[in-house]
Design a protein around this ligand. Sequence first.
Ligand SMILES: C[S@@+](CC[C@H](N)C(=O)[O-])C[C@H]1O[C@@H](n2cnc3c(N)ncnc32)[C@H](O)[C@@H]1O
Length: 745
Amino acid sequence: MGGRGGGGGQKRGRTQRRHFRNHRDNEQSIVAEDEWDAFLETLHKPLPAAFRINSSAQFFEDIRSQLETDFMKSLNAEVADSGEADAIRPLPWYPDNLAWHSNFSRMQLRKNQTLERFHEFLKRENETGNITRQEAVPPLFLDVHPEHFVLDMCAAPGSKTFQLLEMIHQSTEFGLLPAGMVIANDLDVQRCNLLIHQTKRMCSANLIVTNHEAQHFPSCRVKDLSLVLEMGSGEGMINELSFDRVLCDVPCSGDGTLRKAPDIWRKWNAGMGNGVHRLQVQIAMRGLALLKVGGRMVYSTCSMNPVENEAVVAEVLRRSGESVELLDVSVELPQLIRRPGIKKWKLTVVRTCVLSARTYDSEIALDSLEEVSPPDGNQEKANPSSLESAPDNGINVDSECGLEQLENLAIPTEASDLEVSDLPLERCMRILPHDQNTGAFFIAVFQKLSSAAVEDTSHLNGQSTERQDELPNKFPDEIIEDTHMLEVNPPVDDTNDQQSICSEAAPDSDLVEKSLEEEDALKLDSSEICEENEADETKTNGENENKSEMSKGGKRKLQIQGRWRGVDPVVCFKTRPRSVASGHFMVSVNHFHLKERQTSKEGTSTKCGYRISSEGLPLLLPYITKQILYASLADFKHLLQYRTIKFADFVDSKFGEKASELMEGCCVIVLNHGARDSPLPVDASTVAIGCWKGKTNVSAMVSPTDSQELLERLCVHLVKKGNSSAQENNHCDSKADSEEAVASS
Ligand SMILES: C[S@@+](CC[C@H](N)C(=O)[O-])C[C@H]1O[C@@H](n2cnc3c(N)ncnc32)[C@H](O)[C@@H]1O
C-alpha cells in the first residue's frame, strides 16, 4: 500500500528512509529502534476513515443509535469472514460514543458495493452537518464551555472550528444563543471561504471568521455588557477582549498526515520544520498574549518533528517565564494512547540547493539525491494539489517554486548539536500512528498564570523586522531560507494594509470612536454579508479550479491574504438575545455567520418578502407567531417528498384551506405528531421547515438532500420511539418513494 511499483518505488523507499532518518535516531527517541518497522508499516497504510457525530444536531442521539445498533451489526457481519477487526467501532477515548473509527478506507467505501448504504449514510449526514468526517483531539484538551470566547488562530479548513462550535452550543436552551463565541482566523482567504463553507453546516450565529496573520492578530475591544446592566448606564466600558481559550493549530511540515496524503512522502524534508519553527513560536506567543489569565491554550501540529513541537514549546516557555505553565493533562482522556514529549533532539542542518529542474539529472549525482525525487520524474511527478486534497498542515509544499521553474531542495547533511531541555516537556503529548491506528500529531496545553512576562510579538512585522538576536541560535542562515521557500508571510503591501488595521495592539481611541459612530450608519444586515459570501463561495469553487489550472502551469501563488470583501474594516454588530457578542470588533471580519433570512427573488412583489433559511429557523422559531401552520405527519411527509403541493391536494383538507389563507410568501410548517389542531410548544424536538406560500400551492424551501435526510431521520426516530401507528408506518414504508421523488427533483 502507499507505494507505486517499478524502479521509482524502490527509489522512493530509499527516499522515505532517508527523510525519516531523524525520526529513527535513537537519541531523538521519536520511535525506538525496535518499533521502527511497525511505525513505518503503519505509516504506509491508508488512514482508516474516522467521523464524529455533531452533538448539537437535533437528531444526534438517533444517529448514534443507528450506528450502534444497525450499522455496527451489519458491517461487522460483512467483515466477519475476512478476519478483519471490527468494521466500525466508537473511538474509546472520545466522550459519549460520538467519534467513530471505520476500518474501511475512503477508497474502499467508495468502491465496495456492499458498503454502499453506509457510504451513502456518511455522505448525507456529512452534507447536512450531522457528522464530520474527521475526529480531532486538540479541541478536547481545551475544556471549552458555552460561555467561553474562543480564538482559533489558524482555523481553515475548519474541522476543529466545527468541534469548538459544538462545544459552545452544548446544552444551550432552545432558541437562545450561547453566551460564548468562536473567532476563527486564517491567513489564507481562500481557505477562509472553505472554512465558512464547512462551518455553515453547523448553523451557528456564534462564529466570526477573520483573515489575519495569526502572529499579528489584532487586539479587539468589546463593550462590557455586564457593567451596562449593573450600572444601568447606556454606555458600557470598552475593554480589550481577551480569550478564555485559544487554539494554535499551526502550519507545519505535516509528516503526521502521511497516511492521508501519501504525496507528502515525496515532498517532506526536515528543513521544512526548521523553516516554520519561528512562525510557530510567534503564533503561540501572540496566542498567549491574547489569552485571559487563567485561560487555556492548546498548541498542536500534525508533525512528528521536534523542531516544530517540543522546540517551539521550549522557546515559548523560555520567553514567557513564570507567567505560563505547561499543563500536565495525563488524567484527561485516559484512553487516548499518547507518548510523553521528548526532551532532546537534534537539529538537522539543511543545505539548500537551487537548481533548474531541466538540469536536475546532469547536475547532481543520483546517489547523493536519494532523498529527493526528481521534479520531472515520470511516476513521481507532482499532481496539482487542490484545497480539497491538500493536507491540512497549512503549507502547500509544492506551490511556491513551480516545477517548470526552480526547485528548492533541502538536503539533510548532518545533525548539529544535540539540544537538551530541562523543561517539563514530558507533559507534551505525541500521538503516533501505530499506537491506535491514527495519524500522527502533537499537542501541548498551556495555562496562563499571569500577564506579566508574556512577550507579545504582534508589533513585529514577520521575520523581516524580527531581531536576529531573538532567534534560537541553532538556526543558521541556510535554514532560514526555507521560510522564504514556504512563503508563509503575506506580500509586503498586504501586510502594510493589515498593519493599519492590526496596529491597534496599543489602544487607538480614534478607531474606537469611529466604530461607535459608524455603528448606526452601517446598519449591518447579516443577509447582505451572507449574500456576498455566497458569491465568494461560488467563486471559491471556480477559484479552486483556476488554482489547480494555475498550479499545472507552475505559476500559482500561495497564501494570499485577500483584500476585504466583507465589511471593511470596522464591524459593529448589535446585541442579540442573551448574546454577549455585541461588541465592536476591529478586525477584518470575513463572515457574520448565521444566515437567518434571505431576500427572495419574489420578495419585491410579496408582503412577506423574505424567506427563512434552514440555518436560521431553529433560532427564530420560538418567536414566530404568524405565517406558521401545523401539519400532520402525512402532509409534512408529502411536502418533503414532492416539494410543492397544491392547497387542494393536502391529505388534511383543513390544513390546505389554512395554507391558502396565509399571506403570500415565506411561511413555516411545523410537524404536528399528534395531529392536534392547536399550536405546539416549541422546543428542541420540534421539527419544522421553511416554506413558500404561492398563489395555488405551498413549496418546501429545503434542499433535496435535507428533505431526504429529514425523512430518514423521522423514520428512524419514530421506529425508535416504538410509534407504530398506521399513518407513521406508512411514512417509513414510503421512504423508497420519497428517495425517488427527491432524486427526480
Ligand atoms: C494545520 S492548518 C489548520 C487546520 C485547522 N485547524 C483544522 O482543523 O481544520 C494550518 C492553517 O494555518 C494557516 N496559516 C498559515 N500561516 C498562517 C499565519 N501566519 N496566520 C494564520 N494562519 C496561517 C494555513 O492557511 C492553514 O489553513
